[in-house]
Design a protein around this ligand. Structure first.
Ligand code: BES
Ligand code: MN
Ligand code: MN
Length: 456
């Protein structure tokens, strides 16, 4: 069977596949930072060239948007066969803190079996693996076994507004019988994983403003309001030491978890706890009491502080009462909790927490819906079989704590089954310094996607 031909093609071209992925990782396509706008575009152009020249798809477009460009490609050369829409993102998180990287974040480095670099596993490696799978099929079989549409965005890490507008404007163009996403994780190395859930997210900045200028803390200490102090009060009020989120209405919006799933998550917890502790360098996993780790990590809402800015943070001491302070925060959401509504609840609650002389403002940055996908679709079975053949082990079904906002939109607009195949490992340092891609997973992803498409 030609599965061995797929494997041989991947093996013969492995060195080039690595070089091409390195070239992509070298482009610092950080979508949230304006100074990288040109780099983001360059990454999109790189993919356009790949889809045109290496894969040879019939239609390949760089789609201009109000934000970062999208890459769209189409090859509908298999009449009567199903159509698959493949999604990925080519933008990456900021690399900071850069001093904690062992090698520069945008100088991709192979060390042992890992390729290190920002974006290596989120999502350049897995996304590019789908392109290499298409190339492999084209070269080995001379054609694609199904009709293929490819949609790759450059704004996933910064809110994904442009793809949202595009999907809403072109539902017929994107129509497909199934959607394939390679942007999630594996339970642990060697365990093939399909994700069936993602959390939603609501991201905002809380700004606290006091005096019109910084003040001497000797002259004004004891009489002037301190925005950093008020911000600290607000943050501790929003989440107590019991890890409950104090936003009236938040838990009421949740769809209850089925006892069966709760039990399944509790069983999975045992496996995940150990892995999460070692990968995260943790000795405890504190959080809401009465819920398993797997449930807390994927099926409960959260509130997290990402950064606080304000006052004096330089070397040494400076006695100052700052005029302004800001905190970046987000809530992870579960089915039933709409980001727009949650951002309103947050704004209302923060207003209630004001203290004399301090103006508090909530600036929403972005929001995205979570997704919970059915586990009984036939394409999921085909995908699971392809994964099991590749890894020689039974597939684990995982509910993810992370978010990919466009997935919920695909679900509601396209009404097609969505398959999320995970290839990032718990210790791949996603969003952290020294992000890496375990290269055996790169080849595994290419082969699995090629096999899956053949069997659709
Ligand atoms: N690929 C991740 C989502 C993810 C992370 C899935 C870990 C499974 C495991 C994605 O790129 C991501 O980081 N999304 C952001 C979304 C946000 C910025 C809208 C996230 O989850 O923080
Ligand atoms: Mn990602
Ligand atoms: Mn990410």
């Amino acid at each position: 069977m030609s599965n061995t031909r797929i494997a041989s093609y991947v093996e013969e071209n492995a060195a080039r596949f690595i070089d091409e992925l390195k070239a992509l990782v070298r482009i610092p396509s950080v979508s949230t930072l304006h100074e990288h706008k040109g780099d983001v575009r360059q990454a999109a152009e790189f993919l356009v060239a790949q889809l045109r020249e290496q894969v040879g798809m019939n239609i390949v477009e760089l789609v201009e948007t109000a934000g970062q460009p999208l890459v769209y490609a189409e090859h509908l050369g298999a009449p009567g066969k199903p159509t698959i829409l493949i999604y990925g993102h080519y933008d990456v998180q900021p690399a900071d803190p850069v001093e904690l990287w062992r090698t520069p974040p945008f100088e991709p480095t192979v060390e042992g079996e890992d390729l290190r670099g920002r974006g290596a596993v989120d999502d350049k490696g897995p996304m590019f693996a789908t392109i290499k799978a298409l190339e492999t099929l084209m070269r080995v079989e001379g054609a694609l076994p199904v009709n293929v549409k490819v949609l790759i965005e450059g704004e996933e890490e910064s809110g994904g507004e442009s793809i949202e507008a595009y999907v809403k404007a072109h539902p017929e163009r994107l129509q497909a019988d199934c959607v394939l996403v390679l942007d999630t994780g594996m339970v642990e190395r060697g365990v093939p994983t399909i994700s069936y859930g993602l959390r939603g997210i609501a991201y905002a900045e809380i700004v606290a403003r006091g005096a019109s200028q910084d003040l001497h803390s000797g002259v004004y200490g004891g009489i002037a309001p301190n925005p950093l102090q008020t911000l600290a009060w607000v943050l501790t009020d929003l989440k107590g030491r019991d890890s409950r989120v104090n936003l009236p209405g938040l838990y009421e919006m949740m769809q209850p978890l089925a006892p069966k799933e709760q039990a399944a998550l509790a069983r999975q917890s045992k496996l995940q706890e150990r892995e999460l502790m070692t990968s995260g360098g943790l000795s405890v996993l504190p959080g809401e009491e009465g819920f398993s780790v797997a449930e807390r990590a994927a099926a409960r809402p959260t509130f997290e502080v990402h950064g606080i800015r304000g006052g004096f943070t330089g070397e040494g001491a400076k006695t100052v009462i700052p005029a302004e302070a800001t905190a970046k925060v987000s809530l992870r959401l579960v089915p039933g909790q709409k980001p727009e509504t949650v951002l309103e609840l947050l704004a209302r609650r923060v207003r209630e927490l004001a203290s004399p002389g301090i103006a508090l403002e909530v600036r929403p940055l972005h929001g995205g819906d979570g997704a919970l996908l059915p586990l009984d679709s036939p394409v999921l079975k085909i995908a699971a079989a392809a994964l099991e053949e590749e890894f020689g082990r039974e597939v684990a079904f995982m509910r993810e704590g992370g978010s990919i906002p466009v997935v919920a939109l695909f679900d509601s607009v396209l009404h097609a089954p969505i398959v999320m195949l995970g290839f990032s490992l718990p210790d791949d340092n996603v969003h952290a310094p020294n992000e890496k891609f375990y290269l055996p997973n790169y080849y595994a992803a290419i082969r699995t996607v090629a096999t899956f498409l053949k069997r659709l």
